[in-house]
Design a protein around this ligand. Structure first.
Ligand code: CAA
Length: 257
């Protein structure tokens, strides 16, 4: 299969399966990734999604350069839009998305990791936006999300030079949330996804929706949205359960109601 899906309880692991090309995304692999993410986004049994790459070397070494080489302007536009749409699914689906960056995350690979809510990296990971060296620019959201995740000045440095970072520097720059030994990466990602899956799904979806507004739009409007989503949660059984559990000194059991 171009993309493998594995379930671990309420967590779904999406593995790009093209290790012979360092999981570079050609049309088949990008389309399949998109389809699988769309299906997981609407699957009520899934509480969190992990994105990773097959093999020991790469998360995703970018969009497939051999495929892109022959694109004309119109085809490049459609290709860019498909990558953007996959990124939008990761960024906006109503459940947390975690990138388990197990190796090279370059170009479109770094961009899909940036579209995830949280990035965990192996100490062997290498991240960057080397598109400038191919005569193009990051086309799946990198010019916007890298600056939002790190800083504008750092994003410009990486995008203009195409420099590739090691995991430690990525951590120091806020590009990844944590770095683990390679063997510990997936267990840690599964533990985090399991922890997040056990929260109230509705509270999680609204928390994500509101936090996604933080660096965009109009500040007062964003705060008004937060206030609206906050109050709506008081119609849920999960809000009663969460607060009852605190008062009764026990763990909450959320049902999504
Ligand atoms: N596209 C197509 N094939 C790729 C690829 C890519 N992005 N990255 C790696 N591969 C293929 C190689 O061509 C090679 O295939 P063959 O054995 O058939 O030659 C195979 O994967 C193994 O790669 P290498 O032999 O190059 O492995 P290496 O360990 O020597 O180097 C690497 C690893 C530094 C990641 C190097 O492969 C590399 O630089 N890859 C390209 C990275 C890149 O530029 N990514 C950005 C793409 S543009 C983009 O993503 C645009 C966008 O914004 C959407």
């Amino acid at each position: 299969m171009p993309v493998d899906i594995e379930r671990h309880g309420a967590s779904a692991v999406v593995t790009i399966n093209r290790p012979e090309a360092l999981n570079a995304l050609d049309l088949e692999h990008l389309q399949e990734t998109h389809e699988q993410l769309a299906a997981l986004a609407s699957d009520r049994d899934v509480g969190a999604v992990i994105l990773t790459g097959a093999g020991e070397k790469a998360f995703i070494a970018g969009a497939d350069i051999k495929y892109m080489r022959g694109l004309d302007v119109q085809a490049a536009r459609a290709w860019g839009e498909l990558g953007h749409s996959a990124g939008a699914l990761l960024e906006t689906m109503g459940k947390p998305t975690v990138a388990a960056v197990n190796g090279f995350a370059l170009g479109g690979g770094c961009e899909l990791a940036l579209a995830c809510d949280i990035r965990l990296a192996s100490s062997r990971a290498k991240l960057g936006q080397p598109e400038i060296n191919l005569g193009i620019l990051p086309g799946w959201g990198g010019t916007v999300r890298l600056a939002r995740t790190t800083s504008l000045g750092f994003a410009k440095e990486l995008i203009y030079t195409g420099r590739v970072l090691g995991a430690q520097e990525a951590l120091e720059r806020g590009l990844v949330n944590a770095v683990y030994e390679p063997a510990d990466l997936m267990p840690q990602a599964l533990e985090l996804a399991g922890e997040l899956s056990a929260k109230s799904p509705l509270a999680m979806a609204y928390a994500k929706e509101s936090t996604n507004l933080a660096l965009q739009g109009e500040h007062r409007g964003n705060l008004a949205t937060e206030a609206r989503l906050f109050s709506m949660l008081f119609a849920s059984a999960d809000q009663k359960e969460g607060m009852d559990a605190f008062i009764e000194k026990r763990d909450a059991v959320f049902t999504g109601a």
